[in-house]
Write a protein that binds this ligand. Structure first.
Ligand code: MEV
Length: 324
């Protein structure tokens, strides 16, 4: 076994299909050039997590010590560790150092990237890095603790990178975008929320709407298929229209908020071809599709209402081991 190993995974934006993907609709998701890096170092006592964003947390190794109350921040990591142990990796005391360029609880896939990068670095420290398939299964154990009912879209994109058409239970399909001359602007409302709370709320509204909600889900699925064609054909105007329609459907199931709508309408009035929430909603981030010449205007338009805004580049590479 090596003394330490390091791995990273990308964040993501869901272009269309969040929430609907939980119940089997299609989602289109892209990995972005912001990554989260995890260094695992053996030694010390139990498990210690150090992160500039999440603070310092420690816990006994699973199965050792009294059943102490574990910090909720560490619980998903412990679920990943248990899953690794079930696959034959020995459980040793270690420190997990998380360095991230992805804001947490903002809909950009920070928790999935951390589960994936942790599982990859821990397995690599044992000299046997997980395959992409196993990485998905192990990281999903952590995501279930963090998210409740994850569709798997966040973990899949963190493992694979690129742009994917994702439907729960099916093999994801790589998309070759044909879009040129456009940029995706990401603006953070600065409002943090837990994905599991929003997912539960949206599902409860869908259930309360009964049969009517099946039409909303069906429309979301058709919209995502249209988005896939528009992205492949390079039809940015049509993709923008689809993003706006997707925002309406998400809003109809209670995923939006005043902060999100403010950013959406600011972007649209600054010339966005389309703008919508990305990720779970309520807070977190909004994405806007801009012609390259107009993205500066878009950035200016959101300054007052967002905690941070940036243009997102697509990351071809998914999870990877890092030298250090
Ligand atoms: C969160 O990034 C996406 C959701 O659809 C939840 C999920 O798919 O697991 C809201």
């Amino acid at each position: 076994m090596r003394r330490a190993a390091r791995a990273s995974a990308p964040g993501k934006v869901i272009i269309v299909g969040e929430h609907f993907v939980v119940r089997g609709s299609l989602a289109i998701v892209a990995a972005i050039g912001r990554r989260l890096r995890v260094t695992v170092r053996s030694g010390g006592k139990g498990i210690v997590l150090e992160s500039s964003m999440l603070g310092r947390h420690s816990a006994p190794l699973p199965g050792q010590g009294a059943a102490a109350k574990v910090s909720p921040v560490l619980e998903p990591y412990i679920a990943v560790l248990r899953s690794l142990a079930a696959r034959g990796y020995s459980v040793v005391p270690h420190t997990i150092l998380v360095e991230s360029g992805i804001p947490p609880r903002a809909g950009l896939g920070s928790s999935a990237a951390s589960m994936v990068a942790y599982a990859l670095s821990y397995s690599a420290m044992h000299g046997d890095p997980l395959s992409a398939e196993d990485l998905y299964s192990v990281a999903m154990e952590g995501e279930k603790i963090a998210h409740g009912k994850p569709s798997g879209v966040d973990v899949t994109i963190a493992v694979r990178g690129g742009v994917l058409a994702y439907r729960r239970g099916e093999n994801p399909v790589d998309i070759r975008p044909g879009l040129t001359g456009v940029t995706l602007l990401v603006a953070d409302t600065g409002v943090e929320r837990r994905t599991r709370d929003v997912v539960e709320h949206v599902l409860s509204i869908a259930d309360a709407l009964g049969e009517a909600s099946t039409y909303i889900y069906r429309a979301a699925d058709l919209i995502a298929r249209e988005a896939l064609h528009a992205i492949e054909k390079g039809d940015a105007e049509r993709l923008g229209l689809i993003m706006n329609a997707a925002q309406g459907l998400l809003s109809s199931l209670g995923a939006s908020s005043l902060e999100i709508e403010t950013l959406v309408y600011r972007m649209r009035s600054a010339g966005a071809l389309g703008a919508k929430l990305t990720g779970a909603g309520w807070g977190g981030c909004v994405i806007g599709l801009f012609k390259e010449g107009e993205v500066e205007r878009g950035l200016e338009s959101v300054v007052e209402s967002s905690s941070q805004a940036f243009t997102a580049s697509i990351a071809e590479e998914g999870a990877r081991l890092e030298e250090f």
